[in-house]
Design a protein around this ligand. Structure first.
Ligand SMILES: *Cc1c(COP(=O)(O)O)cnc(C)c1O
Length: 456
């Protein structure tokens, strides 16, 4: 069946339930004419064509793709009712679904017990983890790698805690010796390890970060907003497989964040935070004169900083997991295809005369730059920016993104460059659609063409 058939089935099912309460008329103030609705909708769909083709494998730019049809149908069916997962009074069915999917996420990371909930985004999920970190280590700061998401530095500011950026190694991972030295100062209460950096997809060695942090009595929070679902490939015995050590260590850490709206096939509005010690719920204690009246059971609003949250987001994830569970054979197969695409493409790039691989991809993000005659950073920067623009303007367009990297970072990766500038933009492709696997050849051919058209 097609998406439109599933949508129609969902609308009918919700209508059938609504009718059990008896018919009533929609108020005239809400009524609009079909002509007006049609005209406005046509205007909307026309305006929506001003988008990049996130759905198509020619789009190999940022972390963007449409949700799975199951997520769309689950979301829209639930949105007709519009439950609010803040409290059981607002959404009993979807609150139960949220607890169910959060339990599945905890199981995926191997947590033996947990307290957690969905959030509107990875940003809010990380904010909650840092908030709890502050409550447990008042007066102390947070350390994260220089390649960690900018949200950590920013949220440290919001929470009034000092944030310290630690350098990275030749693979974009947090430098353990430097981390050890920073922690020895005694001012850090929590270390953020990133499992899949946003720029390069690098995986901090969570197991080693954990050992260093514990030696200094610090907590460890894992930001797996992008990479979290890749834990499904940990130890897999093939080209897509990942070193299991960092992923297995997440179970021993204090908190972890994962974004189902990135690699969990969901529409935006779905992050998640999990704590390994359910007792941290005490930091959320508050009274609400408005809510929490239908039951003494846990209301999700009692353990989250956000109030209103879409029950539809929980329902969409629940329906998706019913069909593509967070297992190696389920969602794992989706991620494995993108991972294989990245590994294959890295091999092709390594043999290219016009494009250079920046570093070996650790997940499904591939970074590369055009080979220029003078090897100067300013030439690499200009050529990357031109390829990005020319790629989108071409008759056979291709959509990329850029990443700014510093001169030292080129050197650390043994790229011979003339550092006539502090850094340069390079090209970056996130291969998060499994369809990319069969498209890498075509993609590479188009990029070779663009690179060869460069003045050099
Ligand atoms: C995307 C991302 C975030 C921010 O999450 P949003 O859902 O965009 O708010 C935080 N950390 C990492 C590593 C990310 O990739």
């Amino acid at each position: 069946m097609e998406l439109e058939d599933w949508l129609s089935r969902a609308v009918h099912a919700v209508r059938d339930w609504q009718r059990t309460y008896g018919d009533f008329e929609m108020h005239e103030s809400l009524r609009v004419s079909d002509d007006a609705f049609g005209a406005a909708l046509d205007e909307l769909t026309a305006r929506l064509t001003d988008n990049y083709p996130f759905f198509h494998p020619v789009y190999a730019g940022q972390m963007l793709k449409p949700p799975h049809p199951a997520a769309v149908v689950g979301y829209l069916a639930t949105m007709l009712i519009n439950p609010n997962n803040h409290a059981l009074d607002g959404g009993p069915a979807t609150a139960a679904m949220e607890k169910d999917v959060v339990g599945q996420l905890a199981g995926m990371f191997g947590l033996s017990q947990h307290l957690g909930h969905l959030t509107t985004s990875g940003t809010i999920a990380n904010l909650e983890a840092l908030y709890v970190a502050r409550e447990l280590h008042p007066g102390k700061g947070v350390a994260y790698s220089a390649d960690a998401h900018y949200t950590h530095g920013r949220m440290c500011g919001v929470l009034g805690m000092p944030g310290t950026a630690v350098g990275t190694d030749a693979r974009g991972r947090i430098d353990l010796a430097e981390l050890d030295a920073v922690l020895a100062g005694g001012e850090i209460g929590t270390v953020v390890a990133t499992a899949g950096t946003t720029g390069l997809g690098a995986i901090d060695p969570v197991h080693e970060v954990l050992a260093v942090a514990r030696r200094h009595g610090a907590r460890v929070h894992v930001d797996a907003a992008y990479g979290g679902f890749f834990t499904l490939l940990a130890g897999q015995d093939d080209a897509a497989g990942l070193d299991p050590a960092p992923w297995r260590a997440i179970a021993e850490c204090d908190s972890v964040v994962v974004d189902p709206h990135k690699h969990g096939l969901q529409p935006y509005g779905c992050g998640a935070v999990l704590f390994s010690d359910p007792d941290v719920g005490r930091f959320y204690v508050h009274d609400s004169p408005y809510t929490y009246f239908t039951s003494g059971d846990l209301h999700l609003g009692e353990i989250s900083l956000e109030c209103s949250r879409a029950g539809a987001a929980a329902a969409a994830l629940w329906l998706t997991f019913r069909l593509l569970p967070p297992t190696r054979a389920g969602l794992g197969a989706v991620l494995a295809a993108g991972r294989r695409a990245a590994v294959d493409w890295a091999g092709v790039l390594a043999a290219s005369a016009s494009l250079r691989l920046y570093q070996r991809p650790e997940l499904d993000i591939v970074c590369y730059f055009p080979v220029t005659a003078g090897r100067s950073l300013s030439a690499i920067d200009r050529a990357s920016a031109r390829m990005l623009a020319n790629g989108m303007a071409a008759e056979n367009p291709v959509f990329l993104s850029t990443l700014r990297v510093g001169a030292d970072e080129f050197r650390r990766r043994d790229h011979r460059v003339d550092a006539d500038a502090s850094g340069a933009r390079i090209l970056r492709s996130v291969l998060m659609k499994p369809e990319s696997e069969r498209y890498v050849g075509e993609l590479h051919a188009r990029l070779e063409q663009l690179a060869r058209a460069e003045p050099g």
